[in-house]
Design a binder for this molecule. Sequence first.
Ligand SMILES: CC(C)(COP(=O)(O)OP(=O)(O)OC[C@H]1O[C@@H](n2cnc3c(N)ncnc32)[C@H](O)[C@@H]1OP(=O)(O)O)[C@@H](O)C(=O)NCCC(=O)NCCS
Length: 167
Amino acid sequence: MLRIEPLSRRHHREGFDCGNPELNDYLRHTARQHTDKGLSRTEVLVDDEAPEEILGYVTLALAEVIIDTLPPRYAKKYPAKAYGVKLARLAVAQSRQREGLGTLMMIHAMRRALQVAASAGIIGFFVDAKDAAASRYYRRFGFLPLPDDPHKLFLPLATLRQALGAP
Ligand SMILES: CC(C)(COP(=O)(O)OP(=O)(O)OC[C@H]1O[C@@H](n2cnc3c(N)ncnc32)[C@H](O)[C@@H]1OP(=O)(O)O)[C@@H](O)C(=O)NCCC(=O)NCCS
C-alpha cells in the first residue's frame, strides 16, 4: 500500500532520481535540515513493500503574499499582505512518473494546505513552476498564473475547498 510520511533517516535519499538534479540534491542534502530548522516540511511517498525507497516527495512552506501580484479580482479582496501555503517542491522518481503519483501527492498537499487554513488562515496555495510544462501541470489542478509572471501560480482558497469538497 502507498503511504505519505515525514522524511526521516530510514529513507534512502541517495537512491532517489526524478531526472532533475536540483530536486534530487534538495532531497539528499537539504530537506531534513530545512525541516529541523522549521523552514519547510518534506513528506515522502513510499510503498509498504519497500518502505525505505522514496517514490516521490513534496515540500511545503509558508509564504508571505504581496497582494498586488495577484489577479485583480482577487487583489481587491485583501489588504496589502497576507499569507499562503507554498508548494516548494514536488517530484516523482523517474521510473514511476506518469502513474498518477504526482497527483496523489498534490491532493495530499492540498489537504495539508486546508489544515493550515483551518488553524492559522491562508488565502490560497502557491507554486513557482520551473518551466512551461510544469506550469501546465499545475494548471490542471486549478492553479492560476500570476499576471506579471505566469510561472508563479496561485490556487485560491475557495477553489482549494471546492476541489476537496470541504465546507
Ligand atoms: C511533474 C511531476 C511531479 C508529475 O508527477 P507524475 O506522477 O509524473 O504526474 P501524474 O502521473 O500525476 O500526471 C498527471 C497528468 O499530468 C500530466 N503530466 C505529468 N507530468 C507532466 C509535465 N511535466 N508537464 C505536463 N503534464 C504532465 C500527465 O500526462 C498526466 O496526464 P494524464 O492523466 O492525462 O495522463 C513529475 O513528472 C516529476 O517529478 N518531474 C520531474 C520534476 C519536476 O519537473 N517537478 C516539478 C517542478 S516545478
